[in-house]
Write a protein that binds this ligand. Structure first.
Ligand SMILES: Cc1ncc(COP(=O)(O)O)c(C=O)c1O
Length: 422
């Protein structure tokens, strides 16, 4: 590469990834094939519109490529339609809100400190300025069970037009049948934001909201699905010409969504990313991906019991999915950002996180969030989880002891180097 400055940063980042262990639950390592597709000549092409209906010439390959990605997404998640153009998780959620709602309408989402994502109505976001968000949350912090009675009561009072199931820091499975019951009673569109767990749904180890009557599902493609940074919007209904206006009916949801993504929110789709999404969807349909997903869950189970046996308190006392939330403040007496920095120092990357009804402020919250998707891609198995839990415990016990942290950093680097990046 001529540009030595960028070349140096790329190789430094590769080294950092190789020598450390990635425990951020929303991150993963893509295959060489996904990387190649992202770096392909499809980045040169403008293709505003949809397959067969473009505003520019020269679309013979882009049409075939986008249609392939759409077909693979539909088959993998059992949906009538897939929009694969959405650039990331936040605009994908925005697109669904805008395709169905008018300003001032109500969306019911998960309490943010109980696990809901910023795009589910965090004050200050564009959607929170335009729409009215009401909340459901956890009833019992020990089990993580959602308070479905409270949810029904609030839904009856506020009549949300969308009920949103989804989270970025919740370690349990949602009861989609309950969501569907409540949605049917108040006439809401059922939306699932499966950004974190889409790969695990595709791999058959977690439930698919579409099996419970959900109408629409958004997901990022770069987390457990192990694809490029990007998103998809899957929906049920009739697919018609996205360049022609349609009535706002539930059957028309796929077309309403397509029209909101383009021309509503975006211009030309990122075709090189769509190429990489197609490759990731192909990979996720292979039998090895099921095995990968089973291992992600087995590793998460093993890591959560090892953390707890080292005296680290986990929110809900464990996990049903790929992620864990640890209450650092009660376990060690300091906040999650100290834990994040200490563990970063020894090569274990994870993030500080609020815990339900956190007594500390969001920029220095009580918890950390960690997960197993990336280390499982690296090839780590259940037998490696006790070692990771021990490193976490020892580093946090000695967070002021530079000599001890140096020793642990050396151990992590040696260990990680035995598990090459894909
Ligand atoms: C549940 C959920 N939705 C949406 C997003 C936003 O995705 P992006 O960062 O790609 O915009 C995230 C990202 O972490 C997420 O966890």
């Amino acid at each position: 590469m001529q540009d030595k400055t960028v070349a140096k940063l790329i190789s430094a980042e590769e080294k950092r990834q190789r020598e450390g262990l990635e425990l951020i639950p929303s991150e993963n390592y893509v295959s060489q094939e996904v990387l190649q597709a992202m770096g392909s000549v499809f980045t040169n092409k403008y293709s505003e519109g949809y397959p067969g209906k473009r505003y520019y010439g020269g679309q013979v390959n882009t049409d075939a490529l986008e249609q392939l990605a759409i077909n693979r997404a539909k088959a993998l998640f059992h949906s009538d339609h897939a929009n694969v153009q959405s650039n990331s998780g936040a605009p994908a959620n925005e697109a669904v809100y805008h395709s169905w709602l008018e300003p001032g309408d109500t969306i019911m989402g998960m309490e943010l400190s109980h696990g809901g994502h910023l795009t589910h109505g965090r004050p200050g976001t564009i959607s929170a300025k335009l729409f009215n968000f009401v909340r459901y949350g956890i009833k019992d912090i020990e089990t993580g069970e959602i308070d479905y009675d409270q949810m029904l009561e609030v839904a009856r009072q506020t009549k949300p037009k969308i009920i949103l199931a989804g989270f970025s820091s919740y370690p349990r499975e949602l009861n989609y049948a309950k969501f569907a019951e409540i949605g049917a009673e108040v006439g809401a569109v059922l939306m699932a934001d499966m950004a974190h767990i889409a790969g695990l749904i595709a791999g058959g180890v977690l439930k698919n909201p579409f099996d419970f009557g959900f109408h629409v599902m958004t997901t990022t493609t770069h987390k457990t699905l192990r694809g490029p940074r990007g998103a998809m919007i899957l929906s049920q209904g009739t697919v018609s010409n996205p360049l022609k206006a349609v009535d706002k009916t539930i059957a028309n949801l796929p077309t309403l969504i397509d029209r909101t993504v383009f021309p509503g929110l975006q211009g030309g789709p990122h075709m090189h990313i769509i190429a990489a999404k197609a490759v990731a969807l192909y990979e996720a349909a292979q039998p090895e991906f099921k095995i990968y997903c089973q291992q992600v869950l087995a590793n998460a189970q093993a890591l959560s019991s090892e953390l707890m046996s080292n005296g680290i308190k986990l929110i809900t006392n464990g996990t049903d999915n790929h992620m864990m939330l640890a209450d650092i403040y009660s376990s060690f007496g300091f906040d999650g950002s100290v834990a994040e920095q200490t563990l970063d120092r020894i090569g274990l990357t994870l993030n500080k996180n609020v815990i339900p009804d956190d007594p500390l402020p969001p920029y220095r919250p009580s918890g950390i969030r960690l997960g197993t998707p990336a280390i499982t891609t690296r090839g780590l198995k259940v037998e490696h989880m006790p070692q990771i839990a021990r490193w976490i415990k020892e580093a946090l016990d000695s967070h002021n002891d530079e000599t001890k942290l140096d020793k642990l950093a050396h151990e992590v680097k040696n260990f990680a180097s035995a598990f090459p990046l894909p």
